[in-house]
Design a protein around this ligand. Structure first.
Ligand SMILES: *Cc1c(COP(=O)(O)O)cnc(C)c1O
Length: 441
């Protein structure tokens, strides 16, 4: 006999546990800022990792045309296979050949790279398990995992060694419940780029402990002169790698929401379950936008190399500009990035005793100078702030000058020696290369 239904007297509609436990750290922290910019100075947001907002960086004609052509096709309006159109997956497999031997069947299209990351995490981890993520690191991992009861464990990156992984720390974090190690290379927020040797060291740890890798390579190829990008999957001998990528950053189209997961698994370790799991999971949204999928083969094949080169040159030059300006600012220690589009800056908090933490520092920076940088807290990394390098050159220069002024006004030296040391550090010249930026898109 069925239990008699209790009649409800009042509305009492609760949000699900998943809904309540899903948080976007960056958005929450930014919303917590209780400050108004200085009305005398126009606000400069160096906080938003979206290269489109200033309108100075645009995708090439060919890419826009591919979408226009797709819009004309009746076949770009319907449903396609949940993991993506075969032609689109073939194009991604070809475009990603540097990652290893890929068949279109190894490619799962997603709605942006965040969704690719969600597919990878949920294909590998259950509630109660953990995934290892870098600290500092991009916080989408927290947003995705926390509500599902998947624990995040952090392994440290070493700022003194160009943000290399603290390998001992990484290995010590692994336990029986570790479902995956996340490697973000090139890195947001650090801009670090790992060479083959370092990637091999990470792979050795994964191999010894039989833990698969989730490789966040949304910044693949996004490296400055003198550095080389290596896909971690291309040098993995046995460790299965789920590589997450997409159009977002390299093609400057975050709003188009097109990404992918590529399954690399030489020894068929994930064949029994995980491949099928990825297929299952991709049916949850019935696949990403067909409009973009139809355009994908043209976008990936016909975007000229010169476009990528020019964007990279611009960002590298911005990095040099910001580095050169900010290393002169008292109390700051910028770390020159090797790729991606960000720079991390250490705040010597001891020299700014009026601020309890970097959060107060960035708040006051907004209040006085109308420059907004993301506090390190957004990446689980206090005493640092992150700036975005994709803003127009003049705006970046202005922002750096205001930051320097702010530091000069607030720095407090305990004694003369500290000041002398800071002065010496600031005058160690590095050469700055002049590049003609007028040809930029
Ligand atoms: C921007 C970014 C993503 C998310 O990309 P979308 O395609 O916009 O979802 C993922 N990982 C890192 C490291 C990023 O910086």
């Amino acid at each position: 006999m069925s239990r008699e239904r209790q009649e409800k007297k009042e509305w009492d509609v609760r949000a699900s546990t998943l809904a309540r436990n899903t948080h976007n750290t960056i958005r929450n922290i930014v919303e917590c800022l209780k400050v108004e910019p200085n009305p005398q100075k126009e606000l400069i947001a160096l906080s938003i990792g979206d290269p489109t907002i200033f309108g100075n960086l645009n995708p090439p004609e060919q890419v826009i045309q591919a979408i226009k052509d797709s819009a004309d096709l009746h076949t770009s309006r319907g449903y396609v296979a949940a993991k993506g159109l075969l032609e689109a997956r073939e194009a991604v497999a070809e475009y990603s050949a540097h990652q290893g031997d890929i068949s279109p069947n190894d490619v799962f299209l997603s709605s942006g790279c965040s969704h690719a990351i969600e597919l990878a995490i949920t294909a590998l981890a259950d509630s109660g398990q953990n995934i290892l993520v870098p600290r500092p690191g991009f916080m989408i991992y927290r947003t995705l995992a926390h509500g599902l009861g998947i624990e995040l464990k952090y392994y440290n990156l070493l700022p003194e060694e160009q943000w290399k992984v603290d390998l001992d720390d990484l290995e010590s974090q692994i336990n029986d419940n570790t479902a995956a190690i996340v490697v973000i290379n090139p890195s947001n927020p650090c801009g670090s780029v790992y060479d083959k040797e370092h990637l091999s060291e990470i792979l050795d740890i994964a191999s010894r402990n039989c833990v698969p890798i989730i490789a966040d390579e949304i910044y693949e190829h996004f490296v400055f002169s003198g550095h080389t990008y290596t896909a971690i999957s291309s040098i993995s001998k046995d460790v299965p790698v789920l590589t997450c990528g997409g159009l977002t950053k390299r093609f400057l189209v975050p709003g188009w929401r097109m990404g992918w997961v590529i399954l690399h698994d030489r020894h068929n370790i994930l064949e029994k379950e995980v491949r099928k799991g990825l297929n299952n999971l991709s049916t949850r949204i019935l696949g990403p936008s067909t409009l973009i999928q139809r355009a994908l083969p043209s976008i990936l094949k016909y975007t000229p190399q010169s476009f990528f080169d020019e964007v990279l040159l611009f960002i590298e030059n911005q990095a040099k500009l910001a580095y050169d300006e900010l290393r002169r600012a008292p109390g700051l220690k910028p770390i020159m990035p090797q790729g991606a589009m960000y720079m991390m800056i250490e705040l010597k908090m001891a020299l700014f005793p009026e601020f309890k933490n970097e959060f107060q520092f960035v708040e006051q920076l907004v209040t006085e100078q109308s420059v907004f940088c993301l506090p390190g807290k957004c990446f689980e990394y206090p005493n640092y702030m992150r700036i975005v390098l994709t803003v127009p050159e003049e705006i970046l220069r202005e922002a750096c000058q205001r930051i320097t002024l702010f530091c000069t006004e607030h720095v407090t030296y305990e004694n003369r020696k500290e000041k002398e040391n800071a002065d010496i550090a600031a005058t160690n010249e590095i050469p700055i290369i002049n590049i003609n930026l007028s040809r930029l898109p």
